[in-house]
Design a protein around this ligand. Structure first.
Ligand code: 3PG
Length: 215
């Protein structure tokens, strides 16, 4: 799967994971896949992150595991070498635009979207979603950027997720609420599987009349 749009279309929710102990990577991924979420983002915020990505990629062929918090072309190359299938960044740089992996770069403004369009990109992480205008900002982006699709992340929860997923320009959402730090530390895989199950039941409505989400 070489296209970020195809990857994002596989699941309504992408869990954003920060894993401190590499031994937790596979049980955590198993809980998430068991709950119905197969696209996973492991953030490069811990020293073990790349080992976690490679462990999940080897042990769980059905998982589509990507690297998150990719801040440079070097991060991207390392993630690629480790077996990541896609890369997510909070922003966009010239170096990242040359990513060897399908790339989901972060944007928060119209000019940042236009810079991404110049690179031929049309799918973006809208980050940090809630504090950058949330659903109202995405509705406003639908006017000038009708061809652009978003994965909002940052401040999203099970409660406000349906408001985002109802928008025609939102393909999926991302967040940490499905695998919170405390549940990972407790190795509470059943609670995480339950959160994943609830998240996997969130769906983008199959019929959306316009990109602004008007019925
Ligand atoms: C991130 O990259 O940290 C994500 O946006 C997660 O944000 P959240 O913790 O608000 O879900």
């Amino acid at each position: 799967m070489s296209d970020i749009a195809e990857i994002l279309a596989l699941s309504p929710v992408i869990p954003v994971l920060t894993i401190e102990d590499a031994n937790d990577a596979v049980p955590l991924a198993r809980a998430l896949l068991g709950g119905g979420l197969r696209v996973l983002e492991v953030t490069l915020r811990t020293e073990q992150a790349l080992d976690c990505i490679s462990a999940i990629a080897r042990a769980m062929p059905d998982a589509i595991v990507g690297a998150g918090t990719v801040l440079s072309a070097r991060d991207c190359a390392r993630a690629h070498d480790t077996g990541a299938r896609f890369a997510v960044s909070p922003g966009l740089t010239d170096g990242l635009a040359q990513s060897p992996l399908p790339l989901l770069p972060g944007i928060a403004t119209a000019s940042e979207i236009m810079r991404g369009l110049d690179f031929g990109l049309t799918c973006f992480k809208f980050f940090p979603a809630e504090s950058s205008g949330g659903v109202r900002a995405l509705k406003a982006f639908a006017g000038p950027f009708g061809q652009v699709r978003f994965c909002p992340t940052g401040g999203i929860s099970q409660d406000n997720a349906p408001l985002y997923l109802a928008l025609a320009n939102v393909v999926c959402i991302g967040g940490t609420w499905i695998a919170p730090e405390n549940l990972i530390a407790e190795k509470n895989w059943s609670a995480i599987a339950e959160l994943a199950r609830a998240a996997s039941r969130l769906r983008t409505p199959s019929i959306k009349s316009d990109a602004a989400g008007h019925p």
